[in-house]
Design a protein around this ligand. Sequence first.
Ligand SMILES: Nc1ncnc2c1ncn2[C@@H]1O[C@H](COP(=O)(O)OP(=O)(O)OP(=O)(O)O)[C@@H](O)[C@H]1O
Ligand code: SF4
Ligand SMILES: [Mg+2]
Length: 339
Amino acid sequence: MGTEATLLEVNAMKKYFPIKKGFLKRTVGYVKAVDDVHLTINEGETFGLVGESGCGKSTLGRCILRAIEPTEGSIKFRNQKGNVVDITELSPKDLRNYRRDMQLIFQDPYSSLNPRMTVLNIIGEPLICNKIASGNQLRERVKSLMEVVGLNSKHLERYPHAFSGGQRQRIGIARALATNPRLLICDESVSALDVSIQAQILNLLEDLQEQFNLSYLFISHDLGVIQHISDKIGVMYVGKMVESAATDDVFKNPKHPYTESLLSAKPVPDPRVKKERIVLQGEVANPANPPSGCYFHPRCKYAKDICRKKAPAFEEVAPGHFAACHFAKDLQLTGAAGQ
Ligand SMILES: Nc1ncnc2c1ncn2[C@@H]1O[C@H](COP(=O)(O)OP(=O)(O)OP(=O)(O)O)[C@@H](O)[C@H]1O
Ligand code: SF4
Ligand SMILES: [Mg+2]
């Protein structure tokens, strides 16, 4: 797998949801939510995943956690001892151990915390479930986790309603950190927060990354946030990764027309300013019935005949820069203004 610094390598990942119809619930087709995706995340690195609503970002994240079963593909993960395992091949018992290494930070701090549980039990639950701590030891561990995320550890007997949105997100982060994970999947983790609170949580995530050498898969539709926090970026379109490279390369020198459209739709180049969802010209393709050839062709101003007939391969078009476009090497695309 990759180099020694590689923590996670996803290869040829597919997740097809069956579409069932009629009395007999026959499968009449598939929603190809994730369709042949590759990605690599190094230790201590943030991989930003961006794309319009419904392009498969959350499904990819959930497959990596094996919260849902991928249809095909491998998920290689380097464990604490340095050995590489394929998570898709683990038994339920072995998988439980790996779950400690990967945690999810939820989108909505208001609905993701159980209102009837105290902070002690919310943050401590993964420790109790994994039989890592109990009693006094548990209390002490929860207190130190609360301090790590900037919460007052005296408040551990309080319920979620006593906390603000930003504080609740900190509770969610403390809970995710409880098992000493190495990879955090942040799915729109700051999108529901006010702009100033967003900035605080992003800073906290960056501090924690440094402190614990964490890797992040950071999912967002917000390009400003993605640009601010990511080392590498992956752009998804209708279940496919269409471009991936170092953050600066994607922003200054995009190689895929879809990325160019996303960048041109970015209203303000300030990551701390809240923005609307991405809205582009034309209809986004339906993953249950995608167009022929390159899925982006009905919306692409550079499309030629071949684009309607042949799907482009996802390949390296410049050093470390991957794109799935027949003309990636020839097109002179415009990066984000002011970069
Ligand atoms: N359990 C499911 N059954 C059937 N289809 C699903 C299921 N979960 C997701 N999908 C479909 O898979 C596609 C990808 O959905 P997903 O939630 O991964 O997108 P997303 O990029 O996270 O979008 P958003 O930005 O809105 O969160 C969508 O077409 C969605 O309707
Ligand atoms: S392959 Fe063709 S349609 Fe697809 S992005 Fe490239 S130029 Fe546009
Ligand atoms: Mg999502």
